[in-house]
Write a protein that binds this ligand. Structure first.
Ligand code: ZN
Length: 260
């Protein structure tokens, strides 16, 4: 049996400690609910981290031992240090998978990795959301039906200021009429990134079995593939795979002298 996928769930952990209604829905924190959603899977080894821990919960040693990182943030985006963002970004480029949830679209990390505004429009009215599967052959949609029905959700609407996704997996419809690209993927360096928008803290969305299915599927899709690129790297002429023969002009010989 192959080793388990090492998952770290990072949560700013602010709303649950400030708003009793959020604490009622997520008594163990949003990170606790996400860990419970993943914990039953035999191929996953799950741990959690929060903003108030040393090194903002994301020391290099933990990132180095993480295959897939979840990111949930909203109230404390500005409190995340640029150095923390850089550490995570470098691990993504080296192959770590990243799953950004809901209001994480506005995190420093997601904006850094996307390079665009990541802005959207929103409305909090407890309206119905239908998360339509637009790519039923995609591994992240495995086991789902035509759509996921979420009885109460926060509306996120287009235009969404993201670069063109590599793959679009979900498009959401909202009761008020808007639509939104609610599940999309990109690759940055050697790392896979999945953004999934459902997850407003005042609705029990991470207890929804089909939402949990998406999270599990997302981990298995985002796990590291292959290896990190070993660049930049100078390749001296002695290590060239073939002898390089001058085709006009000049080249260096094996001692570095110019040959004519
Ligand atoms: Zn929200």
């Amino acid at each position: 049996m192959s080793p388990p996928i090492r998952v770290t769930i990072w949560n700013e952990f602010v709303h649950e400690r400030q708003n009793p209604e959020v604490a009622r829905i997520y008594p163990d924190g949003i990170h606790g609910a996400l860990a419970a959603a993943l914990g039953a899977e035999a191929d996953l080894a799950v741990s959690t981290a929060t903003l108030d821990e040393p090194e903002q919960g994301l020391p290099q040693a933990l990132l180095d031992q993480t295959d897939v990182l979840f990111w949930w943030g909203h109230a404390a985006h500005d409190a995340v240090h640029d150095e923390t963002v850089t550490r995570v970004q470098q691990r993504v480029l080296a192959g770590m998978g990243l799953i950004v949830l809901h209001s994480g679209h506005w995190s420093k990390l997601f904006k850094r990795l996307m390079g665009t505004t990541c802005a959207l429009c929103w409305r909090e009215a407890g309206e119905r959301e239908r998360v339509w599967v637009v790519n039923p052959g995609h591994p992240i949609a495995a086991g789902l039906g035509a759509c996921i029905e979420i009885e109460q959700s926060e509306m996120y609407g287009e235009p969404f200021g993201i670069p063109e996704p590599d793959e679009l997996v979900f498009v959401s419809w909202f009761q008020g009429g808007e639509v939104f690209r609610s599940g999309a993927t990109w690759t940055r360096g050697s790392g896979r990134i999945f953004y999934f928008s459902p997850g407003h803290e005042l609705y029990p969305i991470y207890h929804h079995p089909q939402v949990r299915r998406v999270l599990v599927n997302g981990v298995r899709w985002a796990r590291p593939q292959g290896r990190a690129a070993d660049t930049p790297r100078h390749v001296p002429v002695e290590l060239a795979r073939e002898r390089i023969v001058a085709r006009g002009g000049t080249v260096h010989d094996a001692e570095g002298r110019l040959a004519t």
